[in-house]
Design a binder for this molecule. Structure first.
Ligand code: GLN
Length: 270
């Protein structure tokens, strides 16, 4: 009889403990999934990539910045956006310190080994920007010239394919802006960068006396994606929101605002 009542008490206690456990869990899940409380994600960018991400009177602006805002609103996240520069941006995503990055980042096989990516949101290729008078009609014509690139970018890779890895004529800069400044100052003869960034630079700097060429034979087409740490838990939500924003016309509106043209949405689904 004594034994039975002891068992009874133990059972009773177990039931009480289990109940406590459940109510605790419920409280926790209310805390994170609660009705109005949005999770705040940490987003990093590199604001030297006009017109995708750049500073205008100290404010972060650009096509990517507007697209980010639309996607985060659709996905139901708050976010804190920081301009940390190219290398720090990649590192903080790789370490999982940042939840995502956006800055005209090309998706490629190499990067897929260290990061996850959204589906593509922009098609790009490279252009050669050079001082007027230089005889450059194809990508291969930069072979014997001093060429500036932004270190660690697909533009740098494209140039190394032509001149050779770490060739002495290749100058690697921390940002695209610095590479283009050294073209203007004569430190390099040409800069290879993403086509839309080249277009923007040439249009905004008529006094720089530069021209540019594109060469689909030499420079492949590539796609920008939002970058996440490997195994990101928010990637699926953000990817779904990006698709919605592309399908519901918001992407097209943002595209028209920045580029004054219709986007080729078909190209993004290939
Ligand atoms: N699209 C290029 C790359 O991903 C350059 C991006 C950038 O400089 N922000 O390498």
């Amino acid at each position: 009889m004594n034994k039975l009542s002891f068992k009874g008490i133990v059972l009773f206690l177990l039931v009480v403990l289990a109940a406590c456990g459940t109510s605790n869990n419920e409280e926790q899940s209310e805390g994170t999934n609660g009705t109005d409380e949005k999770q705040t994600l940490s987003v990093v960018t590199e604001a030297g990539f006009m017109p995708f991400t750049y500073l205008d009177k100290g404010e972060l602006v650009g096509f990517d910045i507007d697209l980010l805002a639309a996607v985060m609103e659709e996905a139901g996240y708050d976010y804190k956006l920081e301009n940390v520069g190219w290398d720090a941006m990649l590192l903080s995503v790789e370490d999982g310190k940042a939840d995502l990055a956006i800055a005209g980042i090309t998706v490629n096989e190499d990067r897929k080994e260290s990061y996850d990516f959204s589906s593509p949101y922009f098609e790009s290729t490279h252009k050669v920007v050079f001082r007027e008078g230089e005889n450059i009609t194809s990508g291969q014509d930069i072979k014997d010239l001093k060429v500036g690139v932004q270190a660690g970018t697909t533009g740098a890779e494209a140039v190394e394919k032509i001149l050779g890895k770490n060739h002495e004529y290749i100058s690697k800069y921390d940002s695209n802006t610095l590479a283009l400044m050294s073209l203007q100052s004569g430190d390099v003869d040409a800069v290879v960068t993403d086509n839309v960034v080249a277009d923007e630079y040439v249009a905004n700097n008529p006094e720089a006396n530069v021209e540019m060429i594109t060469d689909p034979e030499t420079f492949e087409s590539e796609f920008y994606g939002i970058m996440f740490p490997k195994g990101s838990e928010v990637k699926a939500d953000i990817d779904a929101a990006l698709q919605t924003v592309i399908e519901n016309g918001t992407y097209t509106e943002i595209y028209q605002e920045w580029f004054g043209a219709e986007p080729d949405l078909e190209a993004l689904t290939q």
